[in-house]
Design a protein around this ligand. Structure first.
Ligand code: GLN
Length: 305
C-alpha cells in the first residue's frame, strides 16, 4: 500500500502547480502550494501514508460533516432536517443566491456555508464557548487526537475577513432560519473552520464514518449507524459543492473538501482517507487531491458505483 501511495503521489505532483492557494482568508495564502500528503486507515486498522501527511492545516469546510454530526447527536434527524435540507444546491459553497426564490430551509444543505452556520446554532450548550468546546471534543475523539486545538492566527484572519459569511448569516436571520445571536453563531463557525488537523486526523475521522460510527482501535461506538448513513449520503451528493457530480463520476465515494486544501474521503466499510494539497481548482477543491483520489479509486476499485 505504501508503495502504491508513493507512486500515485509522485504521478500527481505536477498538478500541485496548476491550482491556486486560497487567498480570501489572508492567513491561508501563506500555505505552501507544494505540500502534498496522503494518509489511509483501513477497516482492519492498518495505517499507510506518503508525503507531507503530518503537516498541520485547518479543517475549513471539512468541519461541516462534524458540525452536522454534532447537531444530529444533539437534536435528532427530524429536528435537523426541518432546519436545513439535504438537496444539492449546485452552487458555490458561499453562494449568496442559494435559491432563485425567497430562501427557505429546503434550499440549503449542511455542506455549504449557510447550512453549516445553522448547524452551529443547533449545537447544545449554555454558552457559545461551551457549544464550541463540545464540538472540539467530538472532533478530537473522531480524529484520535486529545490535544486538538484551533490555529489562532487563521481564526483571527477568518473573523477579520468574514464579511461574506456575515452577510450569509444575516440573510439567514432575516428569513427566520437562524436563532440566537448572529455574531456568536459566526464566532463558533469561524473557530470550527480553524481547528488544526493533519492527513492522519482526517483519515481517522473518515475511518469512523466508514466504520458506521465505531472508533478504529477500541471499537467504541461514537454515533449510531443511522447517522453515518446520513452524513455519508450528504457528503456524496453535496460534499464537493458544485463539483460533487463530477467527483462522484471520477472518484465515487463520499468526501468533503476545504479551502485549506484538505479532502476527507470515506470508503464505506473499507477505509478512511485524508489528503492535503493546498492548491485549489476554480470550485475551491484541492486540485491535485482530486487527481490523487481518482487514481487511487481506479487502482483499488473504491467507487461505490
Ligand atoms: N472558512 C471557509 C469559509 O467560510 C470555509 C469554506 C471552505 O472551506 N470551502 O469561507
Amino acid at each position: 500500500m505504501e508503495e502504491l501511495l508513493e507512486r500515485l503521489l509522485e504521478e500527481c505532483r505536477p498538478y500541485t502547480e496548476q491550482g491556486r492557494v486560497a487567498n480570501y482568508i489572508p492567513e491561508l495564502a501563506k500555505s505552501d502550494p507544494a505540500a502534498f500528503g496522503i494518509y489511509v486507515i483501513g477497516s482492519e486498522g492498518k495505517h499507510s501514508w506518503a508525503g507531507d501527511c503530518r503537516q498541520k492545516f485547518t479543517l475549513q469546510s471539512v468541519v461541516k460533516p462534524i458540525l452536522l454530526l454534532q447537531a444530529l447527536l444533539d437534536n435528532g434527524v427530524e429536528a435537523v432536517q426541518s432546519r436545513v435540507g439535504v438537496e444539492a444546491t449546485g452552487k458555490p459553497f458561499d453562494a449568496i443566491n442559494a435559491s432563485d426564490q425567497s430562501l427557505d430551509s429546503g434550499h440549503i444543505n449542511p455542506m455549504v456555508n449557510m447550512g453549516a452556520i445553522v448547524m452551529c446554532s443547533l449545537i447544545h450548550g449554555g454558552s457559545y464557548e461551551e457549544r464550541f468546546q463540545r464540538l472540539l471534543e467530538l472532533t478530537g475523539k473522531l480524529a484520535g487526537d486529545d490535544g486538538i486545538c484551533i490555529d489562532e492566527a487563521v481564526y483571527r484572519s477568518e473573523k477579520a475577513h468574514g464579511s461574506r459569511n456575515r452577510a450569509l448569516a444575516y440573510l439567514l436571520k432575516s428569513y427566520g432560519l437562524l436563532d440566537g445571536n448572529v455574531e456568536e453563531v459566526l464566532d463558533c463557525y469561524f473557530r470550527a473552520c480553524s481547528i488544526q488537523v493533519d492527513c492522519r486526523a482526517l483519515a481517522h475521522i473518515a475511518s469512523v464514518l466508514s466504520n458506521r460510527g465505531r472508533l478504529p482501535v477500541s471499537g467504541q461506538k461514537v454515533f449510531p449507524s443511522t447517522l453515518s448513513r446520513y452524513v455519508n449520503a450528504i457528503m456524496l451528493t453535496c460534499g464537493m459543492y458544485d463539483g460533487s457530480g463530477e467527483f462522484a463520476i471520477r472518484v465515487g465515494v463520499p468526501a468533503k473538501s476545504g479551502v485549506s486544501g484538505g479532502i476527507m474521503a470515506v470508503v464505506p466499510t473499507r477505509m478512511g482517507i485524508g489528503i492535503y494539497s493546498p492548491a485549489l481548482d476554480a470550485k475551491g477543491n484541492s486540485l491535485a487531491g482530486i487527481h490523487l483520489l481518482e487514481k487511487l479509486s481506479r487502482e483499488l476499485y473504491l467507487s461505490v458505483f
